[in-house]
Design a protein around this ligand. Sequence first.
Ligand SMILES: Nc1ccn([C@@H]2O[C@H](COP(=O)(O)O)[C@@H](O)[C@H]2O)c(=O)n1
Ligand SMILES: C[C@@]1(CO)OP(=O)(O)OP(=O)(O)OC[C@H]1O
Length: 161
Amino acid sequence: MRIGHGFDVHAFAERGQGADAVILGGVSIPHDRSLLAHSDGDVVLHALCDALLGAIAAGDIGKHFPDTDAANAGINSRELLRRCAVLVGEGGFALGNLDITIVAQTPRMAEHVDAMRKNIADDLSAPIDQVSVKATTTERLGYVGRGEGISVHAVVLLQSS
Ligand SMILES: Nc1ccn([C@@H]2O[C@H](COP(=O)(O)O)[C@@H](O)[C@H]2O)c(=O)n1
Ligand SMILES: C[C@@]1(CO)OP(=O)(O)OP(=O)(O)OC[C@H]1O
């Protein structure tokens, strides 16, 4: 059995710059600001990738998918997640369960978490009841509370396949 933890933060672009949505867990959520990133900015999937890579002691997302590589520019982070899933499988492991906490003052996530869970379960070829996604604000405290960005925590448990 292996445990992994991931944490990632992305800052919001200025209003009027970039797209009018954030992409989280592979779901496009309308918002007045998008997230700044080299990829599609899916901070949920980035934290999850880091947790999966951490669980197999394979480094982190920047090691596997550098932001200096033009091939990763604007990349759909679900593709990165699927590549991490391959590495987990090659390491002899399968998902036990995972739990993600999105820390965001806005936008509201509750209506979107089941769609995120389905995307993640599909990409990991796992049952959806092994995939948990939840959200919290910081009660307007700190950089998240000021609406400067979104942070995400992810933990995974892997079992031998
Ligand atoms: N971006 C967010 C943040 C929170 N939620 C939901 O609201 C509940 C209450 O949040 P608190 O920060 O006041 O604890 C939380 O449990 C989530 O269900 C959300 O949907 N989107
Ligand atoms: C995903 C990558 C690669 O496109 O870029 P970003 O979207 O900037 O995201 P980050 O969380 O900084 O992690 C790793 C990067 O290498």
